[in-house]
Design a protein around this ligand. Structure first.
Ligand code: GLN
Length: 543
């Protein structure tokens, strides 16, 4: 079935003037409002780079790699979509130019094009259109929002803009809307807000045959009606469709702001959809209220090696916002570069924190600092949460400093080690390709009844998302248990250890999975909620 036969409506979100204007947050906020009005909505991200997915990218390139239930390694914007909408996204929700070309070239090799010359138009654009429509038709959403990465005018986003132009023509004007997000800079010297960059970026879109219906203008200062009218006149949009997006303190304010600006109503109107229900967002507002009015405050250390770019640990920092609100507590996240940590300065870095989280990661760099941080948490009874690599670090630290296996390590760091307490998974041994080959996505895990984990989750069967190649080496299981580090979560099918705990410690949990990918505004993740609670207790005990 094609989208033309279904009633799915399409919203395209493009960006102009600069990158980093927050298209993902605007798309998520609009989606939230439409969802609260009773529509089923999903969001898709089109990324113009040639990597097939961001899985092989250094987090410093585009921030963290987000993993979906179905094991897709995706852009971090999908994390925002899930956190705002409380839905699961899939591989279909993130498309890159690399994936589009890979699919077209595969078809060409199979002979699907019957001797034709394969070209950007129509073959690449057709494949883009297919991917956009597939996400809507497969799960029958009322509305699909497609966010185009990059900035209008970039060479690499041209095929996407052309695909949108064609789709709009084919879908008919009442079935799609283009929202263009731009920047209205304030020039302090002139004391003025400037609209020219917006006009130019709309022109760039028009040159490619796309007329935006709605403009969202990012601005530091409120826009008066004169400016709105001016932009409307020069960009051919209705003046009520010129929306301001003023800088706010938390991204979770944006849906409220967009509702005040009537972005949802204007969009629904243009799509010929009734607004059956007003988007009240009761729970959302309650959450916001807690974010803004905390009763307590804790500081947790986030020990990792990608500390220069906050986006590298996006899901973790957002999980702390959710868990903080659940505890009515402000969580100050102190990021610590593990490469700078050593025995002599650890007290200086971690002496005042109320919880220590060791972040996921790959490769040798910064490992010893993470082990020192973990030891500090274990010995000083500071709540510890180890995520993926953070669990493996806890295992290595325990082996070295409690079991006395001085050379214990992971085969990731020393392939020839005599004591691989963390070892490569059997099925990973033969894999040579780096892209999309890890153990990815959701797997079930069975929890030990009396464990801290079971107490936190309030159930014994859970499912969590993964992204790893190495695992706890079960040969050492009894030795660890004898000394007080227990595997409390296991994958029953493979026997893979998913959770390690130290029951004699107040709160010490290492997990092989990534709870941060599943925390949302409406469903804060229990592990983060429990960790923040433990940090609060520790702080209040001390004082
Ligand atoms: N490098 C480790 C592994 O591959 C941990 C991965 C992670 O932290 N995501 O198993």
């Amino acid at each position: 079935m094609t989208a033309m036969e279904t009633n799915t409506k399409y919203i395209f979100v493009t960006g102009g003037v600069t990158s980093s204007l927050g298209k993902g947050i605007i798309a998520s906020s609009l989606a939230k409002l439409l969802q609260a009005s009773g529509y089923s909505v999903t969001i898709q991200k089109l990324d113009p780079y040639l990597n097939v997915d961001p899985g092989t990218l250094n987090p410093y390139e585009h921030g963290e790699c987000y993993v979906t239930e179905d094991g897709a390694e995706t852009d971090l914007d999908l994390g925002h979509y899930e956190r705002f909408l409380n839905i699961h996204t899939t591989q279909l929700n993130n498309v890159t130019t690399g994936r589009i070309y890979q699919s077209v070239i595969n078809k060409e090799r199979r002979g699907d094009y019957l001797g034709k010359t394969v070209q950007v138009v129509p073959h690449i654009t057709d494949e883009i259109k297919r991917c956009i429509q597939l996400v809507g038709t497969k799960h029958r959403f009322d509305v699909v929002i497609t966010e185009v990465g990059g900035t209008v005018g970039d060479i690499e986003s041209l095929p996407y803009i052309e695909a949108i132009r064609q789709l709009r023509y084919q879908l008919g004007s009442a079935n799609s809307v283009v929202i263009h997000l731009t920047l209205v800079p304030y020039l302090a010297a002139a004391g003025e807000l400037k609209t020219k960059p917006t006009q130019h970026s709309v022109k760039a879109l028009l040159e490619n045959g796309v007329q935006p219906d709605i403009l969202v203008l990012r601005t530091e200062k409120t826009l008066n009606s004169e400016i709105r009218k001016k932009v409307a006149l020069f960009c051919n949009v209705d003046s009520n469709a010129v929306i301001q997006s003023v800088d706010v303190n938390t991204i979770y304010d944006v849906p409220i702001k967009m509702s005040e600006e009537k972005l949802d109503r204007i969009t629904l109107h243009k799509l010929n959809l009734p607004q059956n229900k007003v988007a009240e967002l009761y729970q959302w507002k309650e959450f916001l209220n807690k974010v803004k009015n905390p009763r307590d405050e804790v500081t947790v250390a986030l020990v990792g090696k990608y500390t220069q770019l906050p986006d590298a640990y996006k899901s973790i920092s957002e999980s702390f916002v959710h868990a903080g609100a659940a505890n009515e507590c402000k969580v100050i996240v102190k990021t610590i570069n593990s490469e700078r940590l050593n025995k002599d300065n650890v007290n200086q870095f971690l002496g005042e924190v109320n919880g220590i989280l060791v972040a996921p990661g790959f490769g040798n760099r910064g490992i010893e600092g993470k082990i020192i941080a973990c030891k500090y948490a274990r010995e000083n009874k500071i709540p510890y949460l180890g995520l993926c690599l953070g669990m493996q670090i806890a295992v290595i630290e325990f082996a070295r400093n409690v079991l006395g296996i001085k050379d214990a390590t992971s085969t990731e760091f020393d392939p020839k080690t005599k004591n691989p307490v963390i070892d490569i998974m059997e099925e990973q041994k033969k894999i040579r390709d780096m892209g999309g080959t890890m153990r990815l996505g959701a797997y079930p895990c069975k929890l030990e009844k009396k464990s801290l984990a079971a107490n936190i989750y309030k159930q014994t069967k859970i499912s969590e998302r993964h992204r790893h190649r190495y695992e706890f080496n079960n040969i050492y299981m009894e030795q660890f248990a004898g000394a007080g580090m227990i595997a409390t979560g296991i994958n029953e099918i493979s026997g893979l250890v998913e959770i390690m705990e130290i029951p004699s410690h107040q709160w010490f949990v290492g997990v092989q999975f990534h709870p941060e990918y599943k925390s949302t505004v409406l469903n804060p993740h229990p592990l983060f909620v429990g960790f923040v609670k433990a940090a609060m207790e520790m702080k209040n005990e001390k004082h």
